[in-house]
Ligand binder design. Structure first.
Ligand code: ZN
Ligand code: ZN
Length: 316
């Protein structure tokens, strides 16, 4: 073997771990806050890298987020085209208005697609929003005249379901958001890669639940195999918020306790540089800043915190 070919084989071997780290998904946050600002509420577009096959994870804010992304040159088509052609469907974690108001308001301008949610959440949306009364029923189920623009597809917990018009699949897990009110976590897979998105949730300790424990157990193997590209999870309040006033939400301290449990299942050091995307920080601005500082200070696990911004793309 010539020294030059040895050099190229060496180069190839060195670059192998880099190739393995190749990004698998793109994310465009359409809204990132946990309240008050109606132009910037929970909604995250997720697509396999280099495609425009986006699924929208929660839908608190749609149009204002698309406009922001266009202003940032993330999209080069019109907002109408992003809404109608790029967004292939919606995954709704729970029916609180800060997670669905964008979907409701943009529905008249939207194209035909599927809205996915678990049974309780779907029934609440059909009963209270898309009921032909408070709003037209754009769906194909529930009360009022059914316009049938949206297919309302109920997800069973723990069952892998295809996200139509994309190459991705989803599996739903139950979360507790002021027990017994249910919220949902979505495990989205594309080929061998995955992303986990959690809707609003409290910690098991405060919620007297084991939903997060079961979720951590289910995803730990994917972390071990380096297939999980990141976890979207909420931190609504800074540590100063008393435990009896969390309303089914997390603080930095409670998140770190939960992530420590996840690390126990996935193995010591397994969360080093692992991407945790912090969602749903509630205004005022001083609290939003405080949450960031407290998380960075309490980061004994060495996770890579991402604080998403509206209309700014990042890859996972
Ligand atoms: Zn909520
Ligand atoms: Zn919320």
């Amino acid at each position: 073997m010539t020294s030059i070919s040895r050099f190229f084989i060496g180069l190839f071997l060195i670059s192998l771990p880099l190739l393995a780290q190749k990004k698998a998904f793109e994310v465009v946050p359409l809204g990132v806050k946990g309240g008050i600002d109606e132009t910037n509420l929970s909604a995250y577009l997720l697509a396999p890298k280099n495609t425009t096959d986006f699924i929208c994870l929660d839908a608190g804010t749609i149009n204002a987020g698309i406009e922001k992304a266009i202003a940032n040159n993330v999209f080069t088509v019109s907002s109408d085209e992003v809404l109608r052609k790029y967004i292939k469907g919606y995954l709704i974690s729970h029916a609180h208005l800060d997670h669905v108001s964008g979907l409701i308001i943009s529905s008249p301008a939207d194209s035909s697609k599927t809205v996915f949610a678990t049974k309780d959440c779907m029934q609440m949306m059909e009963k209270h929003y898309f009921n032909g009364d408070t709003w037209a029923n754009f769906g194909d189920e529930g009360p009022g005249f059914q316009i049938k623009k949206y297919h309302f597809q109920t997800l069973a917990f723990g069952e892998e379901t295809k996200l139509n018009n994309t190459t991705m699949t989803v599996k739903a897990f139950q979360l507790s958001h002021v027990n017994p009110f249910e919220s949902t976590a979505f495990l989205i897979k594309n080929e061998e890669n995955a992303v986990l998105y959690l809707g609003d949730t409290g910690s098991d300790e405060i919620e007297k639940s084991n939903d997060l424990r079961l979720l951590w157990q289910a995803v730990a193997p994917l972390i071990k195999e380096k297939k999980l590209r990141g976890i979207f999870i909420e931190v609504s309040f800074p540590n100063e918020q008393p435990d009896n006033a969390l309303y089914g939400h997390l603080t930095p301290k409670h998140l770190m306790k939960e992530l420590t449990k996840l690390e126990e299942f996935a193995g010591k050091g397994s969360l080093q540089d692992f991407k945790i995307i912090i969602t749903h920080r509630k205004p005022p601005t001083k609290n939003i800043q405080k949450i960031k500082e407290q998380l960075k200070k309490e980061n004994a696990l060495g996770v890579d915190f991402i604080f998403p911004e509206q209309g700014k793309r990042f890859d996972l």
